[in-house]
Design a protein around this ligand. Structure first.
Ligand code: PAF
Length: 278
């Protein structure tokens, strides 16, 4: 596996690999990222991953500085997963000048997580577009765990006519249901034990929707209360359409999304409606 640090090194690699599949990451990789690489490999194209902790998508007081950086272990995992290359640029390589041009996202970027992380999606979309322009992949794979991120990347790609097929990777969960996330590393043992409640609360709402309930607000409030009672600070619990529009009674498909704090850690998760798991 080639390790490429600069856009110039990447450009040389691209000459030999003009068509590739791309998995952008911020590192601290886990089985969820490995599954995205495996999905990208199904394209039959050489797979390149990127590792870059993007300051533009972190707000003041967020965890940019303490975000775990585990480059050597990440490269081992990418190599074992069959990645052909990793692009790991420095801050100066990605932002040689102060960034003054941005992707201006639609109103959806100010809802759900965007309401609590102002500017996050604008910074995320801007770096994703920069990475797309550098890597010029044919396929790019993003996890459904970051459902709102995926929806915004999809609509950006459509509206800006990017010649890239955006694929969604399923969320990978621990045996107790907790969605794998780099931020799970912040949890204490007691918090890790409690953390699964976010998923079970969302699952509970999805199961109720599958059984025909349509009292969205009541379902959201019940889940909020249960989480508050167990010490969570909830940013939001929201039933949406799969395109993240507001749901209506006659809709048949939904996604239930949530973001909540356990101590100093903010966790997000979502569940799509569908057959109730046995
Ligand atoms: O999901 C992530 O890890 C990041 O938001 C991404 C897409 C790599 C952009 O920095």
């Amino acid at each position: 596996m080639k390790i490429l640090h600069t856009p110039a090194e990447l450009a040389v690699w691209k000459i030999a690999h003009p068509d590739c599949a791309f998995v952008p990451t911020m590192g601290n990789l886990h089985a969820g990222h490995v599954a995205l690489v495996e999905q990208a490999r199904l394209s039959g194209l050489p797979v390149i991953a990127s590792i870059f902790v993007n300051p533009l998508q972190f707000g003041a007081g967020e965890d940019f500085e303490r975000y775990p950086r585990t480059f050597d272990a990440d490269c081992d995992k990418l190599q074992a997963a069959g990645c052909s290359a990793v692009f790991a640029p420095s801050l100066a390589d990605m932002y040689p000048q102060p960034q003054t041009y941005f992707v201006e996202p639609p109103a959806l970027a100010n809802e759900l997580c965007g309401k609590f992380r102002p500017g996050h999606f604008r910074g995320m979309l801007t770096v994703v577009l920069k990475l797309f322009n550098l890597v010029q992949p044919r396929v790019a794979v993003f996890g459904k765990k970051d459902y709102q991120q995926l929806a915004l990347i999809r609509s950006m790609s459509e509206q800006l006519n990017l010649p890239i097929q955006i694929q969604a990777g399923e969320t990978v969960r621990a045996a107790d249901g907790l969605a794998l996330s780099s931020r799970n590393d912040y949890l204490t043992d007691a918090e890790r034990h409690e953390a699964t409640r976010l998923y079970s609360s969302l699952r509970h709402i999805a199961d109720a929707l599958n059984l025909g309930r349509r009292d969205f607000e009541e379902l959201e409030v019940q889940a909020l209360d249960a989480l508050y009672q167990h010490g969570w600070k909830v940013d939001y619990i929201s039933v949406r359409r799969p395109d993240l529009g507001l749901p209506e009674e006659n809709d048949t498909h939904f996604v239930v999304l949530g973001a909540a704090w356990l101590g100093k850690t903010r966790l997000i998760d979502n569940v799509e409606t569908g057959p109730i798991p046995l």
